[in-house]
Design a protein around this ligand. Sequence first.
Ligand SMILES: Nc1nc(=O)c2ncn([C@@H]3O[C@H](COP(=O)(O)OP(=O)(O)O[C@H]4O[C@H](CO)[C@@H](O)[C@H](O)[C@H]4O)[C@@H](O)[C@H]3O)c2[nH]1
Ligand SMILES: [Mg+2]
Length: 243
Amino acid sequence: MEEINNIEVVPCTESDYLKPFRVHYSQNGTKKSWDFMRTHDSVSVLIFNTTSHCFVLVKQFRPAVYMCEWEKAKTQPPKSAEKTEEGAAEAATESQQGQSASEGESSSQWLPASAGVTYELCAGLVDKPDLSLEEIARQEVLEECGYDVPASKLKKITSYRSGVGVTGAKQTMFYAEVSDDNCVSPGGGEPKEGELIEVVKVPLHEAMTFAYDERIPKTMGVIFSFIWFHNNMSPKYKISTNV
Ligand SMILES: Nc1nc(=O)c2ncn([C@@H]3O[C@H](COP(=O)(O)OP(=O)(O)O[C@H]4O[C@H](CO)[C@@H](O)[C@H](O)[C@H]4O)[C@@H](O)[C@H]3O)c2[nH]1
Ligand SMILES: [Mg+2]
């Protein structure tokens, strides 16, 4: 999908997206503190294409996911690298180097970009105070997936807190039925914002197997919304799945 290299990890001292804080408080007379991050709320949209009977998901490279895999790979080099003496020497050199660009380069030899690619619902940040959640969701459906649907066609499924330990931000999930007639562009996100999104379809009859396949990296939103659809829309679309 992409080629990732020249990795360099630096402290994040200022950001438009995340702000770290520490809160001190007393709970039942006991003094406590908690480190957390302020970030934007978000919307996500389960899109069902009624022409092809497929769910429309997005697939994108997530640096945060990639870095988790990278950290794990550093401490557990793959078996193929351990087999040869050369591989063992390489791994040893890396652990001595610390967080540097050269570490990234050699690590990427055995950690492909796909390690950071996840399947997700179409989603976006609530960063436009003048727009309703439905309108923000509508724009994300158009930008990321290429379907032009009116905001009134977006039905709220529910909302919940994501990352309660770190951000506690609220995500509101919508459901949108689209047809091939609503498809006006290939989607793919806003290139000027650096977005590089692949639109993927999951056939309805494969949805539950997809949801529980741990080899396919995905968000909780995908799993939950597929189950919601199964519980709430099954009669309408006469689904027979084995869950
Ligand atoms: N985070 C960040 N760091 C940067 O350095 C950084 N630099 C640029 N950006 C820009 O921020 C925008 C974020 O895009 P979206 O509004 O589409 O939001 P998503 O990243 O899709 O996140 C949603 O979907 C996720 C999956 O369901 C949920 O977990 C989130 O809660 C939910 O908001 C893009 O224009 C991106 O180019 C950064 N964004
Ligand atoms: Mg998005």
